[in-house]
Ligand binder design. Structure first.
Ligand code: ADP
Ligand code: MG
Length: 520
């Protein structure tokens, strides 16, 4: 049941209350008459699909956008928040999806930057150092005040953002999708920090689209859908299935249903694959991989550990050394202009992890994008000279329909679709060619959970048709639920292989951080 926890309760004034907040960007109504109350000293989740309006709502609270209408109350007092300075004065801190730290400044300098009182002067800098050290100690966020931001891991940079807000005496901390860039261990640490803050009476608003995180760390959760607030529920009284249904507006199958893999012959085999970038840095350091028919081989790893290069070299988009064979035939690993095309002829399809850069031509129409790269296929030719546009369009219509692209209008430009629907256009094109090997990077990045369910089903269907799938994803849940075998990459190397039935996020997380065997 959906209980309305925002209605009754509240002996003390809520830390935050938003009343009737609306905000439009041109024709897009990003927030529609939003009401929400966040109780003091709680961790309050805000969940919703991409584009639901979460970031907009919190950006209004932080004074980054101005609402078209509505009211903000902080500790029960109507408060005007015209800019982020006003938000800081009202005791609100925000950690954005993309950090706003100055890379070549130290931790200390970043923390005091923008605070009042000429803090970069020496005496106040000493005071600031003392306070920062105290805060870091109290909340178990150990970072060296003199380290340069650019030398810190992403997880540590995030701690600096939180410290910065604490330094400004924020009682309310808003975190927008904070775990997208973290390893599982870093995410766990962040949650411990948040729980510590709650114990100190701070109020936390956690924006995420990850149900697991909501269940693990929040007290209450508000669900947004298409600009509206559809419900606020007590976390202990809800379930992932209920939240997913509220988010999407229909029942969603959260668990991937699949039968055990029936691996067949080796489809693709790589030995000693090495990639060196133009600065002479080795991005891939001797990768050996075999992938068989009827299996999904998942590659786990924190972004930037060579996964992108692995996909690109296999897809013929990047030069490498070593060997790659496809159904026994040796592939050319030098960089030639037609390599990406010949790979397609060799029945290798590629869903690039960056669909804007490499998957779509944004100002071309959906039907053209669905044919893109395969436009020389025999069934698309009218005669020796002309492509059969009618055949391409009809074919595209079918694919767009089967992949549930919304809106199902092949004449719209790729740009006018949401991220999830753009991804479906790319997947429709690549999967429906029935490749023997599908290389797929971040298939569900930026994709709504309704569409994730669909994409996962299609990948498993392809596997069950005896195709080989190499799946790269930074989402560990995705790797764990789809893969038949899991390989972890760290620093351009394979750290180990695991059976998904016999491993877990903790073990994989250690491998992802470069920790193996005894050390673990
Ligand atoms: P979420 O954070 O839930 O993914 P957002 O608040 O970022 O959603 O976006 C809500 C809607 O508002 C989306 O349709 C998005 O495209 C639109 N939107 C957000 N920011 C802007 C902006 N600065 N200009 C135009 N449209 C925007
Ligand atoms: Mg957002």
């Amino acid at each position: 049941m959906v209980a309305d926890v925002t209605g009754g309760a509240a002996d003390a004034a809520p830390a935050i209350e938003l009343r009737g907040i609306s905000k439009a960007f041109g024709p897009v109504q990003a927030n529609k008459d939003i009401n929400i109350r966040v109780r003091k000293g709680t961790i309050h989740g805000i969940i919703g699909e991409n584009g639901a309006g979460k970031s907009t709502l919190m950006s209004i609270l932080y004074g980054f956008y101005k609402a078209d209408s509505g009211e903000i109350l902080i500790d029960g007092k109507p408060t005007q928040i015209a800019d982020s300075l006003a938000a800081i004065r009202a005791g609100i801190g925000m950690v954005f999806q993309h950090f706003k730290l100055v890379e070549n400044f130290t931790v200390l300098e970043n923390v005091i930057l923008g605070s009042e009182g000429g803090a970069l002067l020496k005496p106040s800098k000493a005071r600031a150092r003392k306070l920062l050290t105290q805060l870091a100690h109290d909340y178990e966020m150990h970072v060296d005040p003199d380290a340069l931001i650019e030398d810190l891991s992403v997880g540590h940079q995030q701690r600096v953002e939180i410290l910065k807000a604490l330094y400004r005496e924020a009682n309310i901390q808003i975190l927008d999708e904070p775990t997208g860039v973290l390893t599982p261990a870093e995410a766990d640490h962040l949650f411990r920090i948040l729980k510590g803050l709650r114990e100190q009476g701070k109020t936390i608003v956690l924006i995420t689209h990850k149900l697991r995180e909501i269940m693990e760390v929040t007290d209450e959760v508000s669900v947004m859908r298409r600009g509206e607030m559809v419900a606020t529920v007590t976390t202990a009284e809800t379930s992932p299935a209920e939240l997913a249904e509220l988010m999407v507006g229909r029942k969603v199958l959260l668990d991937v249903q699949k039968t055990p893999a029936q691996p067949g012959e080796v489809v693709m085999s790589a030995r000693g694959l090495t990639v060196t970038d133009r600065h002479g840095v080795e991005k891939l350091r001797g990768i050996d991989l075999d992938i068989r028919r009827g299996e999904i081989l998942g590659i786990a790893g924190v972004a930037g550990n060579g996964q992108s290069e692995l996909l690109e070299v296999l897809a013929g988009m990047m030069a490498g050394t070593g060997t790659m064979t496809m159904l026994g035939e040796e592939m050319d690993l030098t960089l030639r202009r037609d390599n990406a095309r010949t790979r397609r002829e060799d029945s290798i399809a590629h869903v690039h992890e960056d669909r804007h850069r490499c998957g779509l031509i944004l100002d071309f129409m959906a039907w053209e994008n669905v044919a893109f790269g395969y436009h020389n296929a025999p069934e698309y030719q009218k005669n020796a000279l002309l492509m059969d546009n009618h055949a391409i369009l009809e074919d595209a219509k079918g694919k767009i329909e089967r992949f549930d692209v919304r809106p199902p209008n092949p004449m719209l430009t790729a740009e006018s679709f949401s991220g999830g629907n753009q991804q479906k256009i790319v997947l429709a094109r690549e999967i429906e060619r029935n490749p023997d090997l599908l290389l797929v990077g971040q298939p569900t990045r930026g994709v709504d959970i309704g569409a994730i369910e669909f994409i996962h089903k299609r990948l498993i269907e392809l596997r069950d048709q005896g195709k080989a799938i190499l799946l790269v994803s930074v989402e560990l849940d995705e790797i764990l639920s789809l893969s038949d075998r899991i390989v972890v990459m760290f620093d351009g190397r394979i750290m180990g292989e695991r059976d998904p039935e016999q491993t877990n996020a903790q073990e994989l997380g250690l491998l992802m951080a470069g920790v193996t065997g005894e050390a673990a």
